[in-house]
Design a protein around this ligand. Structure first.
Ligand code: ADP
Ligand code: MG
Length: 305
């Protein structure tokens, strides 16, 4: 297998779209490694203030050329902006490193893929560099080892505020990503994670769903998982369960088990009249039952109003 690395060295701070969206949709063999390093807020503000003071003085001295002044003014305003966001909007400063590693079984394809990816990244305004002479460090950084060596770090470092971190969220796919959805599984083509919000009435006509699969494929497991996750989100779940397969789950979640049948003592039909409910006298069960039903309906009508 041949590997080659690309380092993202810069992008527009104003970028609000998801940064890696088009890359993930490109469906090319690659690993993306993203490192975030949270910076100490107190120290950052102190350093920024120091910098702002220094550059402020520089800007006032007149014996510099135009370009120097432009650069100084730019970093000055930038520093002031970051300090303001941290002090007033409670944002935090992070160092961000993004590495992309492309791989293929033959070099020709690899070159083709690299060109492809470079094109995509550049068209989205991201500045990149090939990891020439640093391929090994980049390879290591893309393994799950949390290894980010200074050889590549120093080129890749960008600072972002908390808000900017959002743009680096990688688990997306154009068709199967609902913002408030719950995690379902992985897209086998792009490896991206799939989140679906069945109750999104703007996107779906209704929340109906059907699961197909061979025996033992995991249908029941999946449905139970869904029930659990929706319960965690506070959405009531009802199960019609002729095979009594969900009893355990119901017990675990402290649900109510309703068995329907003449001998059962739980029922959902408010009009159900049991044998023992038919009595003659006024204080008998029938009278109580009628009173109960009366209350039930008046309560409900009141609620509808
Ligand atoms: N995602 C999963 N992770 C781990 N085990 C699973 C997963 N999905 C299914 N299984 C296991 O596979 C077996 C069959 O799953 P099951 O849901 O009963 O299949 P089905 O209902 O489609 O016949 C069960 O033992 C279940 O625990
Ligand atoms: Mg099953």
């Amino acid at each position: 297998m041949f590997y080659s690395g690309i380092i993202i060295v810069n992008y527009y701070r104003e970028q609000t779209e998801l940064l890696l969206k088009s890359l993930i949709e490109a469906n090319i063999n690659m690993n993306i490694s993203i490192f975030y390093e949270k910076q100490d807020t107190y120290k950052t503000i102190k350093d920024l203030t120091y910098h702002i003071g220094n550059v402020g003085v520089d800007l006032k001295t007149i014996n510099q050329n135009r370009q120097d002044i432009d650069i100084a003014a730019f970093t000055y305003n930038d520093a002031k902006y970051i300090r303001k966001e941290m002090q007033i909007n409670n944002e935090e400063l992070y160092y961000l490193y993004i590495y992309i590693e492309i791989y293929s079984e033959n070099i020709k394809d690899l070159e083709y893929f690299i060109n492809n990816i470079e094109g995509i990244l550049q068209s989205r305004g991201l500045q990149i560099r090939n990891a020439n002479f640093r391929e090994e460090q980049l390879f290591m950084a893309c393994l799950p080892l949390m290894q980010n060596e200074s050889d590549i770090k120093n080129i890749a470092r960008r600072n972002v505020l908390t808000n900017g971190l959002l743009a680096t969220y990688p688990f997306i796919s154009s068709s199967l990503f609902d913002e408030d959805g719950i995690f379902i599984g992985k897209n086998i083509y792009s490896n991206s994670l799939i989140f679906i919000d069945r109750y999104n009435t703007q996107k779906y006509k209704n929340a109906n769903m059907c699961v197909f699969g061979t025996s033992g494929a995991g249908k029941s497991f999946y449905i139970k998982l869904l029930i659990l996750r929706y319960r965690l989100l506070g959405i009531e779940q009802f199960v019609i369960d002729p095979e009594r397969e969900y009893l355990k789950l119901c017990d675990k979640l402290k649900g109510t088990k309703i068995i329907i049948g003449p001998s059962s003592n739980t029922y959902i039909n408010i009009l159900d009249i049991r044998k023992e409910s038919i009595e003659d006298n006024d204080n008998g069960y029938l009278a109580t039952k009628i009173r109960k039903i009366n209350r039930f309906f008046s309560f409900n009508f009141w609620k509808i109003k």
